[in-house]
Structures are given as C-alpha cells and as structure tokens.
Ligand binder design. Structure first.
Ligand SMILES: Nc1ncnc2c1ncn2[C@@H]1O[C@H](COP(=O)(O)OP(=O)(O)O)[C@@H](O)[C@H]1O
Ligand SMILES: [Mg+2]
Length: 262
C-alpha cells in the first residue's frame, strides 16, 4: 500500500527548551484512517501542527527527524504550501468563523483552485448544515460546528485530512455520527485521515491503525483490532477490563512501562 504521509523520528520543542514531541515515527497509508491517541498533554496536537506547518505562532520548531508527503520531504514547509499540496488541518479549537453564517464559512476558505467537493456537496453530506446555512456559525451546536469544520476542510481538497479532537465534549451519539462520517468521506472521496483523539474507543471504532502517545513519544502502535484487544489499552484508554488488585493508574503504568510493549 502506498504511504502518503510519513514521519521519521520527529522532534518538536517549544520556546527552544520544552520538548513536546520526541522521536515520533508514524505512517498514513493511502485510503486509511489512522488514529493518534493519548491523554491530554501527550503531544498529539503538537504532532499535527508539525505535520501541517502551524508551529511558528506558538514558537515551536521541528528540531529533529523528517516528514515526507507524497514521497517528498516537506519538513518545516509553511502551512499554506502544505495545504495546497493536500495536507489539510481541522484544528483543535476555533474551527469555524463564529460571526459568519454557515454558507459564508464555506465560501471563506475556498482556495484559488478546484475544490474536491462544492459547498452544495458539503450540504449533501451534512443536511443539517443546509438547513442552517443562513445562521451564524456561532449558534451551531458542538456537533454541527465539527461538521462545518469538516465540510470547510473538504473544500481545500485534502489528500490527507488531519483532524484534531473531533469528539471532544460531544455526546456519544453525536460522536458516533461524526466518526461514521469520517469513514464515509474516506470511502467515497478516497481521502486518508489522521484522527487525533483522546476518545480511543470512538477513534479505534473507525480506524485501520492506531498509535498511542505518552509524554511526547509513541509507546504502542498496531492495527486497530489489535489495540482494541490489548489488555493495557483496554484498561487505560478504553476503561474496560479492570483487573483485581489495581489501585493507582500511575503505579501500574510505571510498573508496566518498564517492559517493552510489543
Ligand atoms: N504553546 C505552547 N507553548 C509551550 N508548550 C506547549 C504549547 N502547547 C503545548 N505545549 C506543551 O507540549 C506538550 C504537548 O501538548 P499537546 O501537543 O497540546 O498535547 P495533546 O494535544 O496530546 O493534548 C504539553 O506538555 C504541553 O504543555
Ligand atoms: Mg491536543
């Protein structure tokens, strides 16, 4: 299978000192959904920023490793160039322009080239946005905002869509609907997706492959079904399969981390 996006030992520091991402390697094959999982502060957003070029505003820099996209090295390229090539970010926050209407949001970001889908097609994928097309985005529900953010990203013709925390703060049914939509976009438009999520269960429900980050490093990776079956992942990230005698999460984790995972 062709690899579209590949990170090799990527290292990112903030303010010249704080290392947030260390030796991260991962691959996104064509037409795949890859989950990047981990608790708050693990380094997921920083990794996505490194890939999409949005590091400068936070005084962060890639200080090691390389990022290749469609066979070319793109490490440290500016965000507009990366977006033009097809690396499109759906960011963690401020995903929509609140003071614009839904349809203005969908027009605001159209780049000077043919879109993968038209705003009308976005409305076909997300009928609720069509109903609200003249409403201000600031009045949309959390789930509708995520739909609008996904829809806007589609207009930028993504080859690999980088999605940061799609499920955050949303009800389970809404999350389920959004994840199903991610899968549908992959299936119907052939887009590959790197799905950053704290919600491991939701992401692994649609992903082909998953990586788990802790403290800036990838500590496990494998096919989604293998991660879903892994005892430690079930216990620490899915909240399932608690074993007797376990008291503190950190104690257990420290103990288990001394071993190699796979
Ligand atoms: N703008 C910033 N300046 C300095 N440190 C940051 C900044 N953003 C994130 N960090 C640090 O980088 C680490 C990884 O954060 P982040 O990538 O946001 O993790 P995640 O997305 O997995 O929650 C954390 O220790 C966090 O405190
Ligand atoms: Mg984050």
């Amino acid at each position: 299978m062709t690899t579209l996006l590949e990170l090799e030992n990527v290292e990112v520091v903030y303010h010249h000192v704080a290392t947030a991402v260390q030796a991260v390697s991962l691959a996104v094959p064509a037409r795949s959904i890859v989950a990047l999982l981990g608790t708050n502060g693990a380094g997921k957003t920083t990794t996505l920023r490194a890939i999409s070029g949005f590091l400068g505003a936070d005084d962060a820099r890639i200080v090691g490793g390389r990022i290749a996209f469609l066979g070319e090295e793109v490490t440290g390229r500016p965000p507009h160039e990366l977006a033009r090539r097809g690396l499109v970010l759906v960011p963690e926050r401020d995903k929509v322009f609140e003071t614009l209407t839904v349809q203005e949001n969908l027009r605001a970001l159209v780049p000077g080239r043919r879109a993968a889908v038209t705003p009308e097609q976005v409305f076909d994928y997300f009928p609720v946005l069509a109903e609200r097309r003249r409403q201000l985005a600031g009045y949309l529900s959390g789930g509708e905002r995520q739909m609008l953010a996904l829809g806007t990203a589609l207009l930028c013709r993504p080859v690999v869509l980088l999605v940061d925390e799609l499920s955050l703060g949303l009800a389970p049914l809404v999350v389920e609907g959004l994840m199903a939509m991610v899968r549908r976009l992959r299936d119907e438009l052939g887009i590959a997706v790197l799905l950053v999520e704290q919600n491991a269960a939701a992401a692994l429900g649609v992903a082909d492959h998953g990586y788990v980050m802790e403290h800036g490093r990838v500590v496990y990776d494998g096919p989604a079904e293998r991660l879903l079956a892994h005892e430690d992942i079930r216990e620490f990230y899915l909240g399932l399969g608690h074993r007797a005698g376990r008291k503190r999460y950190t104690e257990v984790k420290q103990y288990r981390r001394r071993r190699r995972w796979f």
